[in-house]
Design a protein around this ligand. Structure first.
Ligand SMILES: Nc1ncnc2c1ncn2[C@@H]1O[C@H](COP(=O)(O)OP(=O)(O)OP(=O)(O)O)[C@@H](O)[C@H]1O
Length: 265
């Protein structure tokens, strides 16, 4: 792929390669005459198929890390490898889902979902079949010819997820994707996202402020702190799914993560 520069020599160790290998990654921004260190020394090894949540207070560099993985921001220090290759820019193998949906308002739902394959010049029949498959996966067949302004927030977010999947993303990067939705819609989409994740080989990296959302969804929760942004903990969530937020173990994890965050959530 031309957006990922191949390494001169790939490691050939016996361990399964991580789909994302983040080693000592930092990000500095020039801000007027100052330099802001948004992230420092982030190290994470994420195997294919993992569901990882990033949590932490505002300004701890969650979005910055996600944007570097997406290839929207360069890396100031350290190395960031996707499938063994340096990330040098955006690519269809990494899809981003934003809180504000980011749909093309002039395209129908079907056209939004088929946008990536169409833009890459895939044959028309293949684009149509791909769009139909993901329309069905997110339950929006009936709204295929609707425009984004005719959809609810939850439906728009389903389109955004389907668009990323239709583009054959291997890693889905989600930046507080359900933050703007009402509680019931959020719960439905959390459940649907887990179903999609379980039925595919996707790797999901999901940013949230909400401890409960992280424990509901993730196999692993990465806790970050600000000033400068750092990874301060990397916790497994050993509970079987579906998870019960009223359960004793769930609550123990909630208290544990709140203590790590140093706050009273
Ligand atoms: N383009 C930029 N130029 C200058 N500073 C930036 C830029 N982008 C981010 N920052 C700074 O980097 C730090 C981390 O920002 P980031 O958006 O990654 O945090 P976050 O944890 O995602 O916050 P939130 O939860 O509020 O979205 C902040 O201090 C922010 O002001």
């Amino acid at each position: 792929m031309d957006d990922l520069a191949p390494l001169p020599a790939l490691a050939t160790g016996t361990a399964a390669p991580a789909i994302l290998d983040i080693q000592g990654v930092g990000k500095r921004f020039a801000f007027g005459t100052e330099t802001i260190t948004a992230l420092s020394g982030a190290t994470l090894r994420i195997p294919k198929g993992e569901f990882v949540c990033l949590i932490g207070p505002s300004g701890c560099g969650k979005s910055t890390l996600l944007r570097m993985i997406a290839g929207f921001e360069s890396v100031s220090e350290g190395t960031l490898l996707m499938a063994g290759r340096h990330v040098a820019g955006p690519g269809p193998d990494r899809g981003m889902v934003f809180q504000d949906y980011g749909l093309f308002p002039w395209l129908t739902v079907r056209q939004n979902i088929g946008f990536g394959p169409a833009a890459r010049g895939r044959p028309r029949a293949e684009v149509a079949a791909t769009a139909a498959r993901f329309l069905e996966m997110v339950g929006l067949d009936r709204f295929a010819e609707a425009y984004p302004h005719q959809l609810s927030g939850g439906m728009k977010q389903r389109v955004a997820i389907a668009r990323v999947l239709a583009n054959q993303a291997e890693v889905v990067l989600m930046d507080e994707p359900f933050g703007a939705l009402d509680a019931m819609t959020r719960e439905n989409l959390q459940r649907e996202l887990l179903q999609i994740w379980e039925s595919t080989q996707l790797t999901v990296i999901f940013v949230t402020h909400a401890i409960e959302e992280a424990i509901l969804l993730a196999g692993r929760v990465v806790v970050m702190s600000p000033g400068p942004g750092r990874i301060v903990a990397d916790e497994r969530i050993p509970l079987p799914r579906p998870r019960d937020p009223t359960g004793v173990e769930f609550n123990a994890l909630r208290r544990h993560l709140a203590a790590l965050l140093g706050s009273r959530h």
